[in-house]
Design a protein around this ligand. Sequence first.
Ligand code: HEM
Length: 148
Amino acid sequence: MRAAPLLLLLPLGLAAARLPVVPHQDPAAAQDPDLLPDTMLELESALKKLRRSIRKEEEDAASLASLQRIQEAALRCKTLVPALAADLPEAERPAFLRAYRREMAAFLEKAVACEIALLDGDREKARALQKALADMETPAHERFTADG
Ligand code: HEM
């Protein structure tokens, strides 16, 4: 009788042990080739607006709106498949997709931290996080795009 609750937890433990599965990112599934580039362009446009507005407290509402757009774009990008995945040997694809998703999740985490700093009135921290977000672009593109 006492073992029953533990047995119920067993499938959860087994699921966690199968770590390499990355749900949603399916390199074999059809993906509109414009979707990731277009979402990146949306992210870029919102990030540019944020760079200007974040300096001014009176533009906090605009900064929060841009952060919302950045987060939504990052959330969408996170589960998409970069075009470069198709050029890689099949054996290398899972690790590539995992690393891409991890980087995008780290980007999203910083965008949320930037929002929290702004809502807390910690403008210095919000500004540092906005810079950290912008600094992620070049190294991420070197790793995950064909033309760097
Ligand atoms: C400051 C942040 C970023 C900006 C402003 C940005 C912007 C862009 C832009 C403008 C493009 C090209 C769109 C076009 O084709 O015209 C692009 C492509 C791409 N970016 Fe970003 N990006 C950022 C961060 C990231 C991060 C963090 C990652 C990876 C985790 C990433 C991965 C990619 C990939 C893989 C592509 C190629 C699209 C494809 O494979 O279809 N980017 N990005």
